[in-house]
Design a protein around this ligand. Structure first.
Ligand SMILES: Nc1ncnc2c1ncn2[C@@H]1O[C@H](COP(=O)(O)OP(=O)(O)OP(=O)(O)O)[C@@H](O)[C@H]1O
Length: 863
């Protein structure tokens, strides 16, 4: 028994050692470059194949071949990735999401290239580098860790590396060559990837798919180590490795047996799932979702015709056998799911293949249980949607890197723990096609019908209120929440709907090809589909219609791996070349929904006492009413308290707030905002004004104290709820939804604010009030002058019919005339009963016009 324990521990330590090497490589690359290299495993696989090529095919002696592979080839590959992909991205200031897309592209590209070069089959003749002694393999771990520690602690390079990690711009200013540091990080990361691949290949079968995915699984250890601590990564890797090995001793009887076996074989997957979903996310918050393409555009009718032609061609020209073609509409529906979740909602979704697989599995299981296949499909779709909801719940609070990892972890876990497990799929037959649709041609037409229905559904979603809210969240999450959009609910909706659509596609696919094949829903497929949709234009309905025939044709007609190489090349270059919406005509954007439905006349005009904002004289395309009307100083029509003073509508009561870094930004701040008055808070940089503002608007929660609205405690209410209660806000930097037109920006506020019953009329009124009712209403906000952007933000805030308006430095970037017009407007709105808070740096014209001006300093309001 003791010797079995020893043997198993040793085997576990060997696996854990390889995992630890992966963790070290990932952490070092991440620290030096800021990139979590998803393609680490693909580099490992390429190096393992290269060593095999040198030794087995070309007959080189083992050690020279290993030295060439690890010390020349692997670092060269790392440098190539740095120069060819990631450095241009870093220089162009690409956000983390785009970098992730590029690393997904590199992953797909390397796998495709390996399949092209060496074929897709598994090989079991990988050269063994360190013999059978696991201690030797294990010794490599502390050796590499010590090397890394010594280099980072005691060399000039290490000091510079730490300087770059701490503050890259500052390090560059003090003469550190950050590019050199990043290049070295990539070279070293690729070396460790190579070492992992070469050590692991003899123990697992060498194939282009398995090894990269194995390395994805062991990413868990780097995540557990918060991409930071080498000892934690090593400890976690060894612990999981040993536990996994020891689990093989358990042999429970009955139903638990296959489950324990599955868990025992996939403990790293479970660790990844837990690390990605349960541990606090790595990476920052906000602004790191996939950005929209800079311009949506009108698609020339010819392109739509081409797409329709591609889809209609097979049944028109091919004979009765459409074996390959039946994959196309099903795949298009799966890809359409990515248009919803990634394109419209901006969420990185790397695990979509899992939902397609679950849809296929549910359809097959329900059909096997005796349901007619269409009923099985109809039930499988909501079931998959529910699975999407369940898995999205912990994932949606994450952003960027953490979200990518969470969705990838879900994809890998579903594939490993469900789709490939005998307890879920043993003896499962593909569902028979529905009666009347048994021939390929008839089935294809049925799929086309369902695809058309799915397209119509998604088109309606995108055009409507929900689509605008999703785009708003994607473009600027804090601003969307401030406008009243419930972020969590909308993201869940996007994930669940996308999962349901992917489930429909998966169910159709498995019924179409008459086989349940788990490899069709492998996590690598998920990466390929994600990359394909992103490079062809994620937020466009045409993308799935073009990508599905392209991928299917490349798979069927091209050499194996060709589709992955093409898509991988495009995705890896997605940063350096302009974002790919090649089929769209720039600038030729159809106008947003017009004022149709808005009642004409009095219903849309600003109230007589409120002057509209003057359009700037610069001629930015805006037009509107003349701002000369004057209700200046006509404040104070709000309700009054017993002593005749206006009653306070919004009250901050003894607020204390401490930021994460330990800075106490608010110290016992009490402020009452009377209804029907403009109140200003002025103060120097760092006084705490924005923090107070965030506490009032619901973007931050005070440590102590309360926020009261009309006497009710709203301290715990989030930003979108406060917007619905009537508190609207603007931001210090204009925060707008870049992919929406001016009018659509305002419309989001009208649809989500305090009064939502007549959004078209409310939008029109806000546009008129802010001088934006002319042609500028259909412009995208990118490129508009700051003064106009501030007016769009104000219009969005006013469109929800708030009773309280919080304005953060509204005069910043305005010229004197614009600022004067703004203070006239605010005074008139206050005269109409609006409660206004203006936070300003200096007592400028806007703040000066306020009835009450309070000064803030060092987190306290002066009496
Ligand atoms: N996210 C944050 N994390 C840590 N500290 C913060 C954060 N935001 C602000 N602070 C600190 O809190 C204090 C108050 O900052 P705040 O932005 O509220 O001041 P402010 O008066 O609005 O200044 P400014 O006009 O420059 O925006 C400052 O010392 C600032 O450095």
């Amino acid at each position: 028994m003791a010797s079995l324990t020893y043997e198993l521990t040793l085997a576990g330590l060997a696996v854990g050692g390889a995992a630890a090497l992966t963790g070290i490589g990932l952490i070092v690359t991440h620290r030096a470059t800021g990139v979590l290299n998803l393609a680490h495993g693909a580099v490992a696989m390429v190096c393992a194949y290269a060593l095999r090529q040198l030794v087995v095919v070309w007959g080189w002696p083992l050690w020279p071949a290993a030295l060439v592979t690890l010390l020349v080839l692997a670092p060269a590959l790392g440098l190539l990735l740095d120069r060819g992909v990631f450095r241009p991205l870093a220089r162009s200031g690409a956000d983390p999401a785009r970098t992730l897309v590029a690393s997904t592209g590199v992953f797909v590209l390397l796998v495709g290239a390996a399949v092209l070069l060496w074929g897709g089959g598994a090989r079991d003749d990988a050269p063994v580098l360190l013999g059978d002694d696991p201690w030797l393999q294990l010794a490599a771990v502390p050796a590499v860790a010590c090397l890394v520690t010594a280099v980072t602690r005691w060399t000039r390079f290490g000091r510079e590396l730490r300087a770059v990690v701490d503050n890259r711009p500052l390090a560059v200013l003090s003469g550190v060559d950050a590019d050199r540091i990043a290049a070295a990080g990539w070279a070293f990361g690729a070396f460790t990837a190579g070492l992992t691949g070469v050590l692991l290949a003899p123990y697992v079968r060498l194939d282009p798919y398995g090894l990269p995915l194995l390395v994805v699984e062991v990413m868990a250890v780097a995540v557990i180590a918060r991409m930071r601590s080498l000892p934690v990564a090593i400890g976690a890797a060894l612990a999981v490795g040993v536990t996994q090995a020891q689990l093989t001793r358990l042999h429970p009887e009955g139903w638990a047996e296959p489950l324990v076996r599955a868990v025992g074989a996939n403990l790293f997957v479970i660790a990844l799932l837990v690390a990605a979903l349960v541990l606090p996310g790595i990476g920052g918050k906000g602004g790191d979702v996939l950005p929209p393409a800079p311009r949506a555009g009108r698609v020339p009718p010819g392109v739509w015709a081409l797409a329709a032609g591609c889809l209609l061609l097979p049944p028109a020209v091919a004979g009765p056998d459409l074996r390959t073609a039946v994959r196309v509409p099903a795949l298009a529906i799966v890809l359409l799911s990515l248009v919803v979740v990634t394109g419209r909602a901006g969420q990185i979704a790397l695990g979509q293949a899992a939902y397609a697989g679950l849809g296929a599995l549910f359809t097959a299981l329900l059909a096997a249980a005796g349901l007619p296949v269409l009923a099985a499909l109809a039930l499988a779709v909501p079931l998959t949607g529910a699975a999407g909801l369940l898995t999205a719940w912990p994932a949606i609070r994450r952003h960027g890197l953490a979200l990518a990892l969470a969705t990838l972890a879900v994809g890998v876990a579903v594939s490993r723990l469900v789709l490939t497990q005998p307890y879920a799929t043993a003896g499962l037959a593909a569902p028979a096609r529905p009666a009347g649709f048994t021939t390929d041609r008839a089935y294809y037409l049925l799929e086309l019908l369902l695809l058309a229905a799915a397209l119509l559904l998604v088109a309606a979603l995108r055009r409507g209120r929900t689509g605008r809210a999703l785009a708003a969240l994607r473009d600027h999450e804090p601003a969307a929440e401030a406008a009243g959009v419930a972020a969590t609910a909308h993201k869940l909706l996007a994930f669940a709907l996308a999962a349901a659509l992917a489930g429909l596609g998966g169910g159709l696919l498995t019924t179409g090809v008459q086989a349940f094949d788990p490899t069709a829903f492998d996590p690598l497929r998920g990466l390929l589909w994600f990359a394909a949709v992103v490079v062809l234009g994620a937020d466009h309905l045409l993308t799935p219609l073009l990508a599905a025939p392209l991928l299917t044709a490349l798979d069927a007609a091209g050499p194996a791996g060709a589709a992955a190489v093409v898509i991988g090349l495009l995705a890896a270059r997605v940063g350096p070349i302009p974002p790919l919406t090649p089929l769209l005509v720039p600038g030729d954007r159809p106008g947003p929904p017009g004022p149709a439905g808005a009642p004409a006349g009095a219903g849309t005009a600003p109230p007589a006492r409120v002057p509209a904002l003057a359009p700037p004289a610069r001629g930015d395309g805006a037009d509107g009413a003349d701002g000369s009307g004057g209700a200046c100083g006509a404040e104070g029509s709000g309700r009054a308290d017993a002593r005749g003073r206006p009653a306070a509508r919004l009250v901050a009561e003894g607020l204390w707030f401490t930021h994460r870094g330990g800075v106490t930004a608010l110290r016992d701040v009490t402020l009452a905002l009377p209804a029907g008055r403009v109140t200003a808070v002025v103060g120097p940089n760092g006084a705490g004004k924005s923090t107070l503002f965030d506490c009032l608007a619901g973007a931050a929660r005070p440590r102590r104290g309360r926020v009261l609205l009309d006497g009710g405690d709203v301290t715990g209410r989030p930003a979108h709820v406060r917007a619905r209660l009537g508190i609207a806000r603007t931001f210090q930097q204009p925060a707008l939804f870049a992919s929406l037109s001016v009018e659509e920006n305002v419309r989001v506020g009208a649809e989500r604010g305090r009064r939502r019953d007549r959004p078209a009329a409310a939008t029109e009124r806000a546009l008129l009030l802010t001088g934006l009712a002319g042609p500028v209403r259909s412009r995208l906000t990118a490129g508009l002058p700051t003064g106009t952007l501030r007016r769009v933000e104000l219009a969005r805030a006013l469109a929800g019919d708030p009773h309280t308006l919080l304005l953060d430095e509204p005069a910043a970037g305005l010229d004197a005339a614009e600022a004067a017009a703004l203070s006239r407007l605010l005074a008139a709105l206050a005269a109409d009963g609006l409660t206004v808070l203006v936070v300003e740096h200096d007592p400028d014209p806007v703040a000066a016009a306020a009835r009450t001006v309070r000064t803030m300093d060092g987190g306290r309001l002066r009496p």
